[in-house]
Structures are given as structure tokens and as C-alpha cells.
Design a protein around this ligand. Structure first.
Ligand code: N01
Length: 538
């Protein structure tokens, strides 16, 4: 049976992004499958998220031995992490090492943005235009544009008139910023803000933190690498990676069985204390199974964290402001910290509540909240991202019959398995909306999705076919299924980026698949086994 294609594209595969996704995708498609592949990235070097987010304190929150590629045994054996949770420079160094080790740079075009991605139904390929004026055609398009890569547009009137310096955590200057002796203001107390606040406070003359919603931050438990533990991990990497892939969050922790409500108060306290002391996401994912699903169960851990915050902050009023009470733990992404709460015991740090007295404007001299002006030399915006859909909508994607992605996503994302979309054949969303993505361990989630795309392409080639595309019905069912899963959790009632609630006007729908990575992976495997059930191959 011949291919139906009427024209030959410039390359087989076009990939956007040279972060964790793009690097693995290039290696997989080019080196392991022999497909001609080009990668584009707006940055001038590799790294993706870890290229842009260079703010002080930026650090991974899943143990580095697990937050790393598993595709190459040699790579995972030879690389040594210096800390349990590596800081941004070391992760960037790792990604540079991967780029060099697999000779990836020669097929990456840097400092180039994708401006449009248009499907040609006649030729059966994608036409991509870029910011450097180039037009490239490719049979397959792989989005490795990331989930948290489009910073939220600052929404403060007057920001352009501020006389001092303004920095965005998600686009931090390479040369760093000298805060010595300066009056610094930071807006936002999400994961980025919390990491940055702790470090900037040590350097600034004075740091003013503008907090709208407090967060349930818990200890990360970072430490220098324990060589004996690292050797154990390396000796058992295969089992650990398998265990990670069979865990809700993509880490090789035990599966917890108990309800928080089925144990005595003392036993519950003991579990919380142990998980708090161990650090990382253990309190959330390794304590009780119903934290995310049952309000009463969640209340037990939320109350526990509030108590611990009060223990660490000297001023009772400040502690009250820092202790969240208006939403359940983990319905916003829980940040991990080292000495975050103690930072508010410093003489040079002030917490300003902008929930009750919102930011009116930014003046030439500082930030005005509730009629009070806070004079500043530097403003740091840690105000978050247009998560999950933002990076996709920024690429000017147009599918069959001129269907614009903005129109398709008008009421929220529509995907099948968070991987592909009806009317957008041969376009793979790596860790796309409605997949476990940000609630899984990113490098593993990325490998799973790139492997899915690679297998689908190999399958098409084996059958002399050109395209793979989800059926409209399969996509509709998946969208509904994701909404149902979300409604069984405590997520939907909290304003978070998971729900699109951080961006004015963005549809309020859960952007993440909440059935957990193992169930999701089993579903993807079943789809493949049933000859790509829910897809049409032509
Ligand atoms: O962004 P966020 P982030 N006025 O959206 C506030 C990952 N990550 O960059 O909650 C006043 O969480 C906003 O307030 P509110 C991780 O997945 C991981 O910190 O909307 N305040 C909030 O406090 C994370 O979840 C790591 O009321 C305003 C903050 O800005 C995701 O990236 C490190 C405001 C934004 O918090 C995003 O984190 C960093 C306004 N108009 C990031 N607008 C790791 O540790 C926004 N805010 C691996």
C-alpha cells in the first residue's frame, strides 16, 4: 500500500523547544529512528524552563535522581548530582551535558520563535514560519513548548512608569541582579516567589513581600548528596524508574492506603511529623490517600501545616497572614521551602497583605496598596504563568479547514489523552493539557509522551500511512472524563493556575488529568494495544 502524500516536506519532524522535551525528542527521532529533525527555540541555548528561570533560589522540587532522564543507562550512571534537590545552575549544566553528549546542538536553531504552524491537508504536512523569516515544512510537529513558559502579563497600572528596576522571575537576567542594600519589593508568593524571597532577603537592604494568597509551603529537606544513597539508586535505577512510573506523582514512594480519617489523632500526627521531617512532597503524596479528595481529610493536614507555620514565625499577626485558611492544602501547587517562614522574622522583611488592600498602581517610586505607597528601588514580579494552554496558543496553530487553536480552545483545552487534537493531525503535545504532566515527574512524563509519538510514527511508517489524528468522539469523551475526574477532587473550588483561574478571562476548567500517572499510562498502553483506539490513521 503506497503513502497518500502528494509532496515531500523539508524534514520529517519539527520540534519546538530545546528543554527536557526537545533534547530527548531530537535524540529519539534523529538518532534512534533516523528521521530528519529540526528543533527551534527562542533562547540562545538549551534548557527550556531551566534556561529562563534563573532567579535566586530556583531549584527543583522532586529529588534530582528521579527528576532526570531515564532513557540512557550510561547517562544516568555517569551523572552525579551534588544535592538532593539540585539548584537551577546544576540542572542547566545537566541539560548542556545531554546536548553535548548526544551531539544535539547542530540540529537546533536558537533565538528563533515559532510564529505559525499551519496544516496543509493536501500535502499532509505542517508549514511552520519562524521569527527569523524561515519557512519549514515537516510531516510531524512536536510541541515541547512547556507548560509554564509564558509568563503572565503584568496587570498593574503604572508599571511602565516605575523609575527603578523591574524583573520577572520567569525571565531572569543572565548576569544576575545585585540587590545589595536596595529596597526590593516582590509580588507573588507561589513556588517562584517563595524560593526567591528566601534568597533575596539575605541580600536586600529591605524586602517588602506583597502577598495576595498565602501558600501551604512545606520543607523541601534538601541536603548534599549522600554518596551511599546515590550508589544505591544507581544500582537499582531500573526498579526505581519503574516504581516512579507506577506512582501517582512519578516518584518511587510507597503507595499509601490509609484514609486520614481512619487512624487515631496520635497516629495521624506521627505520620504528618515523619513526612514533614522527611521533606519533599511526602506530606502531600505519601501520608494519606484522601488528602486531595476529601475535605475533612484535607482539613487535618491543612490544620497541621498552619500550626507548623505559627511555630516558625515570631509575630502572631504575620503568622496569621502567612497561614492559609481559605482553600484546602494542595489545591494550589504546594511550594517547598528552606527557611521561608523564618525569613519573616528578619528585621529587613515586611509582609504586605494585598488581598484586603489590593495593589492600586505602580508609581514611579514604588507600589501603592490601599492608598499607602511602599517606596522601592527594585520590583520583582513572581506572578506566575499562563499555564498549559498559553504556550500552545502563542504559536499560531491552525488545523484542518483553517481551524485556529484559539477557537478550538475557546471554552478550555480539547485534547485526546492530552497528546493529540482532532483537526490537528500529526501534531503531538508533549505533556499537553489533560495529561498528568505537571502532576507527574516532568522528565518521565516527557519521555513517555515522546515515546508515544515515536511509536505512533513508526506504526504509520510500517503501514505506509501518513497521518494519525484523534476522532472527535474520542476527544469529547476524554475532555468529559478529565472534567469528571477533577470534580471528584477538591481542586475545582480553589483559584489556581491548574484551573486557569490566575489569568483574567481564561476559561475555568481543570487543565490537568487527575486520575494519576499509573491509570493514565495504562490507558495509553491500552489505546496502542487496540491499534490506536480513538484515533484514525490514514
Ligand atoms: O506562579 P504562581 P509561580 N496581584 O501562579 C500572585 C512551577 N514552579 O511562578 O495566589 C497580586 O504559583 C499570586 O497570587 P494568587 C510550579 O508548578 C516550580 O510561583 O493568585 N498577586 C501568586 O501568589 C508552580 O506552581 C518550582 O492570589 C498576584 C503568585 O503571584 C508554577 O511553576 C519553582 C497577582 C503567582 O504564583 C508557577 O509558580 C517555581 C496580582 N495581580 C515554579 N497576580 C519548583 O520548585 C499573581 N499574583 C520546581
Amino acid at each position: 500500500m503506497p503513502f497518500h502524500r502528494s509532496a515531500t516536506p523539508d524534514v520529517d519532524v519539527i520540534v519546538v523547544g530545546a528543554g527536557f522535551t526537545g533534547l530527548y525528542a531530537l535524540h529519539k527521532f534523529r538518532d534512534l529512528m533516523g528521521l530528519s529533525t529540526r528543533v527551534f527555540d527562542a533562547a540562545d541555548d538549551v534548557g527550556g524552563t531551566w534556561y529562563w528561570n534563573r532567579y535566586p533560589g530556583a531549584r527543583v522540587d522532586i529529588e534530582s535522581v528521579h527528576y532526570s532522564y531515564s532513557f540512557s543507562e550510561e547517562l544516568q550512571q555517569e551523572w552525579r548530582w551534588s544535592e538532593k534537590f539540585a539548584a537551577q545552575p546544576e540542572i542547566l549544566e545537566y541539560l548542556n551535558h545531554v546536548a553535548d553528549r548526544f551531539d544535539l546542538r547542530k540540529d537546533i536553531t536558537f533565538e528563533t520563535r515559532i510564529e505559525s504552524v499551519v496544516w496543509d491537508d493536501e500535502a499532509r504536512f505542517w508549514t511552520v514560519t519562524t521569527s527569523n523569516g524561515e519557512t519549514v515544512t515537516g510531516r510531524y510537529f512536536i510541541s515541547g513548548a512547556g507548560n509554564l513558559s509564558v509568563p503572565k502579563t503584568p496587570e498593574f497600572p503604572g508599571i511602565d512608569k516605575f523609575a527603578g528596576e523591574v524583573y520577572l522571575t520567569g525571565n531572569w537576567p543572565h548576569e544576575g541582579v545585585d540587590f545589595t542594600g536596595k529596597r526590593v519589593g516582590i509580588i507573588g508568593t507561589g513556588s517562584s516567589g517563595i524560593q526567591a524571597i528566601t534568597e533575596i532577603a539575605k541580600e536586600a537592604g529591605h524586602l517588602t513581600v506583597f502577598q495576595r494568597t498565602p501558600n501551604y509551603a512545606t520543607p523541601i529537606g534538601n541536603a548534599p548528596t549522600d554518596e551511599a544513597e546515590a550508589a544505591q539508586v544507581k544500582a537499582n535505577y531500573k526498579e526505581l524508574r519503574d516504581a516512579a512510573r507506577n506512582h501517582f506523582l512519578g516518584v518511587p514512594y510507597d503507595q499509601v492506603q490509609d484514609s486520614a480519617l481512619a487512624v487515631s489523632v496520635e497516629d495521624r500526627r506521627r505520620v504528618f511529623d515523619e513526612r514533614w521531617d522527611a521533606g519533599g512532597f511526602r506530606l502531600f503524596i505519601d501520608s494519606f490517600r484522601d488528602i486531595l479528595f476529601d475535605k475533612e481529610a484535607n482539613d487535618t493536614v491543612s490544620e497541621y501545616i498552619r500550626e507548623r507555620i505559627h511555630e516558625r514565625v515570631n509575630d502572631r499577626e504575620v503568622a496569621n497572614l502567612l497561614a492559609p485558611s481559605t482553600y484546602p492544602y494542595a489545591t494550589k501547587r504546594p511550594p517547598l521551602e528552606t527557611n521561608y517562614y523564618e525569613t519573616y522574622n528578619r528585621d529587613n522583611v515586611t509582609l504586605v497583605d494585598v488581598k484586603n488592600a489590593p495593589i492600586d498602581e505602580i508609581t514611579p517610586d514604588g507600589v501603592s496598596t490601599g492608598g499607602v505607597e511602599h517606596e522601592l528601588d527594585v520590583i520583582v514580579l513572581a506572578t506566575g504563568f499562563d499555564a498549559m494552554t498559553g504556550p500552545l496558543l502563542a504559536m499560531g496553530m491552525v488545523g484542518r479547514d483553517g481551524l485556529r487553536l484559539d477557537d478550538k480552545f475557546a471554552d478550555g483545552p480539547r485534547t485526546y489523552l492530552g497528546l493529540m487534537m482532532h483537526d490537528f493531525p500529526n501534531l503531538f503535545l508533549i505533556t499537553g493539557p489533560q495529561s498528568p504532566s505537571v502532576l507527574y515527574n516532568m522528565p518521565l512524563a516527557i519521555e513517555d509522551h515522546v515515546d508515544f509519538a515515536a511509536d505512533a510514527i513508526a506504526n504509520l511508517h510500517a503501514e505506509y500511512l501518513d497521518t494519525i489524528e484523534p476522532l472527535a468522539d474520542a476527544e469529547n469523551e476524554w475532555v468529559e472524563h478529565c472534567a469528571e475526574l477533577a470534580s471528584a477532587t477538591l481542586m475545582p473550588n480553589t483559584d489556581s493556575w491548574y484551573m486557569g483561574a490566575n489569568i483574567p478571562g481564561k476559561p475555568r476548567v481543570c487543565l490537568v488529568y487527575l486520575g494519576g500517572a499509573p491509570t493514565y499510562r495504562a490507558k495509553c498502553a491500552e489505546v496502542v494495544e487496540r491499534r490506536y483506539e480513538g484515533f484514525v490513521l490514514t
